[in-house]
Design a protein around this ligand. Structure first.
Ligand code: 13P
Length: 258
């Protein structure tokens, strides 16, 4: 049985004081949540303060991106060891906004994924099709290529093999997020059925030993009022949430429902 996982991706929102205020307010609202894992991914400048603020809470800390190199002349970039040092457990990799605005390819995502695992960070690897691709009936083709290339060397060559290239234990560290680009920040959510179809497809691509254990999150206009029906689907194991994760009551509303 996979435990539900609610992750907030704050994107480029929240100054330090806003972030501290959020944590102060959200902590009591989610203090009793034990049936879900919870995570917030603030921008880099506030991570260190968040480490202190979230201490002794049931909300984990993650980053929104990382570089694949450990250190070096990469102006403006942040490495895995730096994220570990400020208390990050998780890192989002290959978000569609990184792909769309910053030229991240599946090859880069693959390097980042390997670097995250090497540095003991728990990667949340994002995939998702554009509106044009969905309308052209290319969704499954695009998703398969994203998974195949992003997980290159981590899934065996025949792609439905044993997963021997990545230790079976390592797969327990990986989360996948399906985020259809047309549903992100648009208020237009994939229907639970549409999301379930892609989630089941993604699961079918994973090594069979691990397929039932890997959590697959849905992202794209998840809100307190649609979270329950999405999470009711068998292959949807949580949410990666942007806008609705920015307000304490709203984040809590994603985490507290029955
Ligand atoms: P919204 O929840 O704002 O649509 O964003 C989804 C997302 O991109 C989370 O990573």
């Amino acid at each position: 049985m996979r435990k539900l996982f609610m992750a907030g991706n704050w994107k480029m929102h929240m100054t330090e004081s806003e972030a501290l205020n959020f944590v102060k307010q959200v902590k009591p609202l989610v203090a009793d949540v034990t049936d879900k894992d919870m995570l917030i991914c603030p921008p880099f400048p506030v991570l260190s303060r968040m480490q202190d603020a979230l201490k002794d809470s049931n909300v984990a800390l993650g980053a929104q991106n990382m570089h694949f190199e450990e250190k070096g002349a990469f102006t403006g970039e942040v490495s895995g060891p730096m994220l570990k040092a400020v208390g990050c457990e998780y890192v989002i990799i290959g978000h569609s906004e990184r792909r769309q605005y910053f030229g991240e390819t599946n090859e880069i995502v693959n390097k980042k994924l390997k670097a995250a695992l090497n540095h003991d960070l728990l990667p949340i690897v994002c995939v998702g099709e554009s509106l044009e691709q969905r309308e052209n009936n290319e969704t499954m083709k695009v998703i398969e290529a994203q998974i195949r290339e992003s997980f290159k060397d981590l899934i065996t060559a025949d792609f439905k093999g044993t997963g021997a290239d990545l230790a079976i234990n390592d797969w327990s560290q990986i989360t996948i997020a399906y985020e259809p680009v047309w549903a992100i920040g648009t208020g237009k959510t994939a229907s639970p059925e549409q999301a379930q179809e892609v989630h089941a497809f993604i699961r079918s691509l994973l090594p069979k030993e691990v397929a039932q254990k890997v959590r697959i999150l849905y992202g794209g206009s998840v809100k307190p009022d649609n979270v329950k029906e999405l999470m009711a689907k068998p292959d949807i194991d949580g949410g990666l949430v942007g806008g609705a994760s920015l307000k304490p009551e709203s984040f809590a509303g994603l985490c507290v429902f029955d």
